[in-house]
Design a protein around this ligand. Sequence first.
Ligand SMILES: Nc1ncnc2c1ncn2[C@@H]1O[C@H](COP(=O)(O)OP(=O)(O)OP(=O)(O)O)[C@@H](O)[C@H]1O
Length: 606
Amino acid sequence: MRSYKQPGSKRILTDERASARSVWSMYQRLFTHAREQWRKMLLALVAIIVISLMEFAIPQLTAYTIDHVIPDKRYSELLWIGAGILGAALFLGLFTYLSSYLLSYIGQHTINRLRNELYQHLQKQDMAFFDKNRTGDLMSRITGDVSILQQLVSSGMLQMVTELVTFFAIAIYMLYVNPQLTFLMLCTFPILFFFTRKVGKRMRSSFRAVQESSADVNNHLVENLSSVRLMKAYATEPYEAQQFQQRSIRNMQASLAATRISAMFSPAIDLLNYIGMAVVLLFGAWQAMSGAISIGAIVAFLAYLRLLQTPVRQLSRMINMIQQSAAAYDRISEILDTQPSVTEKADAITLPPLRGEIEFSHATFGYQPDLPVLHDFTLRIAPGTVTALVGSSGAGKSTVAHLISRFYDVQDGYVRVDGFDVTDLKLASLRGQLGIVSQDIILLNGTIRDNIAYGRPDASDQEIENAARAANAHDFIVSFPDGYQSAVGERGVKLSGGQKQRLSIARAILINPQLIILDEATAALDTESENLIQQALSSLLTGRTCLVIAHRLSTIQQADQIVVMEKGRIVETGTHAELLQAEGRYHQLYALQFPQAAAAKEPLIY
Ligand SMILES: Nc1ncnc2c1ncn2[C@@H]1O[C@H](COP(=O)(O)OP(=O)(O)OP(=O)(O)O)[C@@H](O)[C@H]1O
């Protein structure tokens, strides 16, 4: 009663329930994935029952030999008994092989499905989820944590089911043969049960710490190895090695802490087993001496006792595995339970072929809802026109582009494309019609052809070449020995900045989008490649609606409208000439880049 009133007890109670619920929900989810393998599961169960029967039969033969064959000198039966044991052993081997293969098959299929479910669930997450979660951590959940569950489903399940069936079969038989002896032997089990519950909970949290610390090692590796150039350029190898070592040590310490708890299990279970055995031996010997049971019966009883204790001894290993899997499953369900906030409505509509009209109406948005980045943002972009967004760094220009692609949802107001609220549209029908050329060019480790065809894998060679020509990329591509089949290296490391940019333009041209979002690169390119890129861009922009996020004001003077943003608000809108005339913020920005032209209020002429 006293402990019930302790402030922490309710929490512990809740933890225990949560822990039991999570092990249960782990089995439920695994079973959902395993369900379609029910025929194999049934076969495996039959195999397991046969194994138990064989294990049961062998001691029976021993008891029969001791009690009947030896005293009655039945020489002729010896051969049959030998053949019986050999036959049982052969069956045992065959069915152990069968059940082991079948359970592993079911396990591998279950895990494969779970891994795919997890990956597809990750794909559905919105950008805010990926802003929050680190790649290394997500990777370790999909690979590391899933592999831990794999152990449980493949070998663990086999062992657990076999041991349980054997345990119950033998316990029931023993109860039938000698209930007194069996009760005495089982008297240690409640102690074992409570010990397991108590320690199991602590094990689970220590396993979670191990998995988190190994995810931290993973995170460090992913970030570090993908920015190896930065590390080499700043000669920070010793610093990074130290950082890595610290994480590795934390992982080792967490593993040792988990081992300190889990290693207690084996000796404790052994001790309880020995106590049980001593009780059986003493009481059994006393019964045999008083003639209540035969010597053969006590030999068989001790053999069963050994069989009964094997599953109990395995229990420590299984509890370790279950607790470790439950900790891994907790981490996996954190992803599976996360619902994206950017979702498609059940009755979402497919966006018809795009005309290219964009409308923001009183849109308010913040990456954190209480910190708005765009305030009451209203803007209309007419089809087939070019709109340039300019303003100082952090003004919210890229955010406007993210909202059109619906990477995030506005908190207030709305964003419309061709008159449709973007939240009413099927995401693929919206995003599939947008061409995005961003300043962070993302190339995949594949060939040049693969990279251009990324948005349209079915494109013909001719279409790919036409897109590359329009993007001024064909000439440099064919100058490589392998042409379009040249590998670009991880993240395009084998290409120059200008070449990467032209490939990303070719990729956008190939999908022939009616709406282009161009986040202009700030990287200084030499005049020749800048001209090539400008030409490529003009072939991309012709006849389409275009939103250019401009950093170099030289490139946007022909834009139909220039929108000047500051701190998430529109401060000016007009053409280049109008804005220069107004002598406002645009004029200031222009004067910073081109002092003479700004003084004369003239467009820049090359
Ligand atoms: N994923 C994000 N999570 C949280 N805050 C963000 C995120 N992306 C941008 N921000 C913040 O939102 C604000 C607007 O950023 P945005 O990238 O839209 O500016 P920008 O005008 O495009 O800047 P630049 O010209 O430097 O590219 C900035 O204050 C930035 O710190």
